[in-house]
Design a protein around this ligand. Structure first.
Ligand code: GDP
Ligand code: MG
Length: 181
């Protein structure tokens, strides 16, 4: 008998306002970039279904915060049962990197895996298209340290606009979540 596996993973997308959270999810889910995407108040939900292999389906349910960035006051419901997270900052605005550490602390205090370990969380240096190559190169060691200090699974430079590393981020996170499941 054919055994089929169907995974449903809730993925949180957090970070300061305007860093590109919604654009990243839209790029990943719909393969499009819309500079005029209007944010709604609360949470935007998007679903992506992936046929990983003939017997494995992965459903990713993105919970993209919209309008609560400034207060950073997210309810427990938002975090409940999350299996992975994307913490996004704007690579051209270092203030948003400082915030990313706070977003990560909040995340780890509100949700863990069953074994008490933090859920896999990737740090995304978005809008990398706005940086000069020199600055992109010099960012790497800083982000390595930042990830270690703040217990991130890893980091990627991304551009929702230029479609850089967006698919890679998805695959990497799916891989980690399946390993944990
Ligand atoms: P959110 O508030 O974090 O959801 O951010 P949005 O996705 O709404 O994006 C905020 C602004 O940044 C919009 O004007 C986007 O068009 C722009 N933006 C998003 N991602 C990128 C990117 O990778 N590169 C550049 N240059 N602009 C981006
Ligand atoms: Mg948004």
């Amino acid at each position: 008998m054919e055994v089929c596996t169907d995974h449903l993973f809730k993925v949180l997308v957090i970070g300061d306002k305007f860093v590109g959270k919604t654009s990243i999810v839209l790029r990943y889910v719909k393969k499009s970039f819309s500079p005029n995407y209007k944010t709604t108040l609360g949470v935007d939900f998007m679903l992506k279904t992936i046929q990983l292999d003939p017997r494995t389906v992965v459903r990713l349910q993105f919970w993209d915060i919209a309008g609560q960035e400034r207060t950073r006051n997210l309810s427990r419901v938002f975090f409940k049962e999350a299996k992975g997270a994307l913490v996004v900052f704007d690579a051209s605005d270092c203030n948003t990197l400082e915030s990313a550490a706070q977003w990560k602390r909040d995340l780890d205090s509100k949700v863990t895996r069953d074994n008490g370990q933090p859920i896999p969380a990737l740090l995304l240096a978005n809008k990398c298209d706005l940086l000069k190559q020199r600055d992109r190169d010099s960012m790497a060691p800083t982000l390595d340290d930042f990830c270690r200090d703040n217990h991130f699974t890893g980091w990627f430079e991304t551009s929702a606009k230029e479609d850089i590393n967006i698919q890679e981020v998805g695959s990497f996170l799916v891989d980690r979540m399946i390993t944990n499941s």
